[in-house]
Design a binder for this molecule. Structure first.
Ligand code: FES
Length: 276
């Protein structure tokens, strides 16, 4: 049977595929379907602008009295890092100003977030309109999925996950060493709550990753033969249901932690100390 006139040859894929109903309107939805993509793009843009500025300013990232180090500069491993902030030594000499001091992990963290399954959904909808929302036609004539450059890079997410685990360990070390008193012994202040809370949530986000779920329980044919891995997988799966919330929460706690360190370091506020 031949295709109806105007369909078939010359039509694209997706909503323009020959088999799809021919609807002139972009969408028949009457609700505020655009609100979610709009909030997403605003939230992501705000974080990107803030993080980019902070990554390059090279000021107020370390509080020497209490050993608070912002996660945006961790690990700080060059001669350009201020004294005390180099928790793992100086692996590099002085860095030119256009290289962020946290350069060693920032590309991996960016890659981890960009290829995250949740963020993909968010920016595919909010930035690329592919599609902008359910039952809203996308502007692209073709859909090639993640089968070619640049989106085929999304498939390396699991490797970014491995690096993110290492970075979470480093952030944990930073948070532990921050229990530092002004005279050198144990100390505890509001900054410790901020840093530790941030690290706990970063772990929750990292471990709730879909790749982590696969690492723990994937490729098993019989859960009954692997009770430990099955138990871990079930816990990760529970966490995984909150992945979207954790993705947004950790963007917020990263900014909050950096902001707090910056304000204390610059002298704009004093750290609230419980044990000096
Ligand atoms: Fe979101 Fe891996 S971090 S899926």
């Amino acid at each position: 049977m031949s295709a109806p006139a105007g369909q078939g040859a010359g039509r694209g894929t997706g909503v323009r595929a020959p088999s799809r109903a021919r609807i002139a309107e972009k969408t028949l939805r009457t609700d505020r379907w655009w609100l979610s993509p709009l909030l997403t793009v605003l939230g992501l843009s705000t974080f990107i602008v803030y993080a980019t500025i902070r990554a390059f300013v090279r000021t107020a990232y370390w509080v020497p009295e209490y050993h608070y180090l912002t996660p945006f500069y961790s690990p700080c491993v060059s001669e350009s890092c201020v004294e005390g902030s180099r928790h793992f030594g100086a692996w590099f000499g002085e860095l030119p100003g256009f290289i962020p001091l946290g350069f060693l992990v920032l590309p991996f963290l960016l890659g981890f977030r960009l290829t995250c399954y949740y963020y993909r959904k968010a920016y595919y909808r909010a930035v690329w309109f592919s599609p902008p929302a359910c039952a809203v036609a996308e502007p692209h004539a073709k859909y090639t999925g993640e089968t070619r450059l640049p989106l085929i890079i999304q498939n390396v997410h699991r490797y970014f996950f491995y690096v993110a685990v290492v970075v979470s360990l480093i952030n944990t070390y930073d948070a532990i060493t921050a229990f530092h008193g002004i005279d050198g012994g144990f100390g505890f202040g509001l900054g410790n709550i901020v840093l530790t809370g941030n690290v706990i949530l970063l772990w929750a986000y990292t471990l709730s990753c879909h790749s982590c779920r696969h690492v723990t329980g994937g490729r098993l044919k019989h859960f009954s033969k692997h009770p430990v891995r099955y138990w871990i997988w079930t816990q990760i799966t529970k966490l995984n249901t909150r992945h979207m919330a954790l993705a947004w929460t950790t963007l917020g706690t990263l900014v909050l932690t950096d902001l707090y360190v910056m304000l204390v370091s610059s002298g704009a506020i004093s750290d609230l100390r419980f044990i000096n």
